[in-house]
Design a protein around this ligand. Structure first.
Ligand code: PMP
Ligand code: GLN
Length: 383
């Protein structure tokens, strides 16, 4: 393995899931739902599969999917031309990697907000760029907030781009308009490209709002907006994602994307188009059900002795292990499947620096209620 990829030989999700499977643990580690998406979307995929949609789709994605993505984005008040400003990718993961490969030169710096989704560091390394991490800061409510001063301090003449994930995995933070405005101002001032990971765009709770960075002044022209179907429609295995940006940025991203996968998910693309156009009510039900699951798991973890942080969106809650007498969440995460029969992910796995993140475990609540209850019951005797 080449040296720039050596730190990334296996993902924490694969490791924890393998451990969970081996030990029969309840898997609250890897974030994937254990129920299916809207039945009519599954039917649409079946119809496409048996209707002959089994050859290469067009390079930018099937036209009906690009049109549906444009209509969906327009709901936020930002318009994209389906021909030239939208590119369908193999999940958000490929979109992120292709964006970095196409838009950063070796030696460029990319600002990454920490904790960060694991593929970001690997994709920056693949591109030969270097990452500058900026930590979120816990406020006195336990919310992990953006510190714009720290972002400013990380910008250098070599900074080319910033990766922004909101709703945020793993903390569950949803950036406020003020936080996004501060980021936007820095991007404009320093002429940075923003690459936004919005895969949890629909999973925002308690009346909160997802605000795409591209909708803020000065950002439409410099933002590569990325999302995918997996989290909105319970189909994480479909790997249908997309990029929305200016024609220049989209054609740049396409230049690397076309040589990684060329295209993918032919018969799934019309089904996702159908879901974006017709299943947002279903997504609203999912959102409400996930909010209730967040409450259920948070209450259970608190009952088991953890100190649980607030979560405004995503699939995840973070829990402090110190009240139970533990200090190192990584050590605990590796013991937990054997010791308690539950798998979780240490937040430290999403950071460059352990300080401040050592004591947090991430638990996924995108599971059936009886799975969450069983997980909590098993954790009750941990302390
Ligand atoms: N970004 C974040 C923040 C994620 O949690 C995930 C994992 N689901 C992805 C990207 C990957 O998305 P996809 O499966 O569409 O590649
Ligand atoms: N996004 C999911 C998580 O954060 C897992 C994705 C993966 O396994 N790569 O848990």
């Amino acid at each position: 393995l080449v040296s720039r990829l050596q730190p990334f030989s296996s993902t924490i999700f694969a490791e924890m899931t393998a451990l969970a499977v081996r030990s029969g643990a309840v898997n609250l580690g890897q974030g994937f739902p254990d129920s299916d998406g809207p039945p009519a979307m599954l039917e649409a995929a079946k119809d496409a599969l048996f209707g002959g949609a089994n050859q290469y789709p067009p390079g930018p994605g099937r036209p009906e999917l690009r049109a549906a993505i444009a209509r969906h984005r327009a709901r936020y008040g930002v318009d994209y031309d389906p021909d030239g400003e939208i590119l369908v990718t193999a999940g958000a993961t490929e979109a992120i990697a292709a964006s970095l490969l196409s838009l950063t030169e070796p030696g460029d710096e990319v600002i990454v907000i920490e904790p960060y989704y694991d593929s970001y560091a690997a994709a920056v390394a693949l591109a030969g760029a270097s990452r500058r991490t900026v930590s979120l800061v816990e406020d006195d409510t336990g919310r992990f907030a953006l510190d714009p001063g720290a972002v400013r301090a990380a910008i250098t003449p070599r900074t080319r781009a910033i990766l922004v994930n909101s709703p945020h995995n793993p903390t569950g933070t949803v950036f406020t308009r003020a936080e996004l405005e501060a980021l936007a101002a820095l991007c404009v001032e320093h002429d940075l490209i923003a690459i936004t990971d919005e895969v949890y765009e629909h999973l925002v709770f308690d009346g909160g709002e997802h605000i795409p960075l591209a909708t803020l002044p000065g950002m439409r022209s410099r933002t590569v907006s990325i999302s995918s179907a997996g989290k909105s429609f319970n189909c994480t295995g479909w790997k249908i994602g997309w990029v929305c940006a200016t024609p220049e940025l989209v054609s740049a991203v396409k230049a690397s994307k076309q040589f990684m996968t060329f295209v993918s998910g032919g018969p799934l693309q019309p089904a996702v188009a159908y879901a974006l156009d017709h299943e947002l009510e279903w997504v609203e039900g999912l959102r409400q059900s996930l909010a209730a699951k967040r409450d259920r798991l948070s209450a259970g973890l608190a009952d088991a002795g953890f100190s649980v942080r607030p979560c405004a969106g995503t699939y995840f809650v973070c829990a402090d292990i110190r009240p139970l007498g533990f200090t190192d969440a990584t050590e605990l995460a590796f013991q937990l499947p054997e010791r308690a029969g539950v798998a979780a992910v240490p937040v430290k796995a999403f950071t460059d620096r352990p300080e401040g993140w050592d004591h947090l475990l991430r638990f996924a609540f995108c599971k059936q209620d009886d799975v969450l209850d069983e997980g909590v019951a098993r954790l009750r005797n941990l302390g």
